[in-house]
Design a protein. Structure first.
Length: 79
């Protein structure tokens, strides 16, 4: 069984985080790990891995938009 990369574990933790404030922290950690992973081994990575890293960044970006919107709505509601 192939070990799961750290960046993927951090992305999964972000995807399943329900608290919007904690989600922002998880997104930042995951994004940093994805960027570090892509920089360190990028020339030697397979196309599938390069696609997975790019897709992870896109998903984290979308998740960040959702989290920021949720936090804004909570602030408007006063919760």
């Amino acid at each position: 069984m192939t070990p799961v990369p750290d960046w993927l574990q951090l992305c999964q933790a972000a995807f399943f985080e329900l608290d919007p404030v904690k989600l922002l922290e998880r997104i930042a950690e995951a994004r940093s790990a994805v960027l570090d992973g892509s920089k360190t081994a990028f020339p030697n990575q397979s196309m599938a891995n390069k696609y997975a890293l790019r897709h992870a960044l896109e998903m984290l970006s979308a998740l960040l938009t959702i989290a920021e919107r949720e936090i804004g709505e909570q602030r408007k509601a006063g919760t």
